[in-house]
Design a protein around this ligand. Sequence first.
Ligand code: SF4
Length: 171
Amino acid sequence: METKNQNPPCHEKRIPLWLVLLDNLPTLALFILGFLIIKPVSAIFAVSFLIYAFFSIVWFWVKICPWCHHFGTFACPCGYGAVAPKLTRRKTGKSFRKVFRKHIWIVVPNWFVPSAFAAYLLITDYSTKILVLSVAFGFTGFIVIPLISKLVGCKNCEIKDDCPWMTGKKD
Ligand code: SF4
């Protein structure tokens, strides 16, 4: 089914830099906190986590953004729409919602792998440092990032009604 995200891109709108930073800095902080949580268990795992986290973002640019109304514009709330065209071309013919749901799993381990390591360390090798890192990770990943998306970054997005992240619809 064709959806409204396949209209011509909205070139006039330009998201301010502060909003792009507000959308991306907490994600960067999440990756660094995840690295610091995993590192006491295994430096190799921690580096692998960082590599995976950045790979998952590139996957998002290549597999999700090309189907989006904001691809190739500066209207994307997090700036990905301006970066993704450097890697791939716009794609059409599929529902953005379906593409999003098919590929969004790629970022899920960025939240749950460090959480699993944090739980493991809190049980087996408790320290104030791991407690602080765990709380900071949970606060950033499960409160700050979703709140910024829902209340600021994606709140005024023109395609939010077509986005499963904002609507929670499963079709
Ligand atoms: S709004 Fe989402 S899917 Fe669209 S270009 Fe931006 S990051 Fe990609």
